[in-house]
Design a protein around this ligand. Sequence first.
Ligand code: SF4
Length: 494
Amino acid sequence: MTQASQWDIGDDDHPHEECGVVGVWGSADAAALTALGLHALQHRGQEAAGIVSLAGQGGSQGQFHAHKGRGLVGDNFGDAAVIARLPGHAAVGHNRYATTGETALRNVQPLYADFEFGGFAVAHNGNLTNAHVLKRALVRRGCLFQSTTDSEVFIHLIAISLYSTVIDRLIDALKQVQGAYSLVALHNGALIGARDPLGVRPLVLGKLAAGGHVLASETCGLDIVGAEFVRDVEPGEIVMIDDAGVRSIRPFARPANPRFCIFEYIYFARPDSIVEGTPVYDTRKRIGAELARESGVEADVIVPVPDSGVPAAMGYATEAGIPFELGIIRNHYVGRTFIEPTDQIRNLGVKLKHSANRSMIEGKRVVLVDDSIVRGTTSRKIVEMVRQAGATEVHMRISSPPTTHSCFYGIDTPERAKLLAAQHDVAEMARIIGADSLAFISLDGLYRALGKPGRDAAAPSYCDACFTGDYAIPLTDAQDNSERPLPLLQVANR
Ligand code: SF4
């Protein structure tokens, strides 16, 4: 089957997360636990998965083992024989989301290198915003890059560092990179976790009942292995985990204003994860309730665009006092691509993934609740589908503010010119997607739903750059016109 014969039915109207990470220290089942954690984080990346394990403790005696492959975690690690080839008491793993089509095996993480201090594996969620500039300098110094992922910059910065210990070399590297990152790394002496100085990307620490610790992008990665949530790794913090326990290192000053990605609450995080002490599910319901207060409309039924719009739609329906119904059914068994036999079948479009539940829609005024509009293509098809199922009115309500800017911090969004909200006002957007009305939650309303009085423009509590253009971390590569980028380097963590 050629690429051209595949029909991409991915969710065009959503930004996409670009990776989940897991690390385990102190369990005889480290690789199996890591695979389970990655499975729970599958929503953060479906293109490829990898695990590196460490067997044998102390000094440079440890043996590293690796397995990586394209596809889902279950495709790669569902076989007990694969896990058996990843022995040891510690492991790190990675789920990868890629957009360019080149999910070459060389880009699948964790990345591994042998240094004079021994083996070192690293897995990274996020995006470095000065990777081009750093890579250019590193290549001039003779570094030979093996992949096209920005994460490899960490490996080379550690390799050329003049510091002697692993942790000092890592800190040296972290002080040179800009961008958003949560990373897990493994060397002979310890499992390491780190978050960028503003804490844009998430990372949590958990403890296993039988001893040992787990790092994961979200708490759902702890729950699946029965690990107790201990705490978030703090913005700018490094945690070193070994048999003696957890040690915290603070190479960066605590930020006055951390800038956690606000989109994690709206869409990326799994609803059963706990973020900042609150279940994401509850937060999404509060966002929906705020949306109903801001932009209520007379209607007969509230219908979520599944699955991500469900909690917000429930909050909206409760607040509005209008029945909530599953008026759209999602087919969970469709992957990102589907064999396309003819143009006629291609024109069926979104129905492969979503179909209208006619009995809940026909003759009714419908409010559709979704979490975001990026290009508008899927929204237009869904509105049309609901009309064809007999809705008398279709009103679209969105639980995020208009996405007017691209993300440079590890979330895959199209360039600005392709963002519907960057090109059109809300009335025009409503016309383009064919809705009777369209409304987005306001920025202040979103902050209120998160327990803040509103957005403090002088000191925002979150990264909200895709709604505001307020980029808290410099976009060095994007503003660098000094030379063409090196041919193999891509901007994102792909
Ligand atoms: S720009 Fe948007 S998606 Fe990207 S980190 Fe910031 S809030 Fe999240």
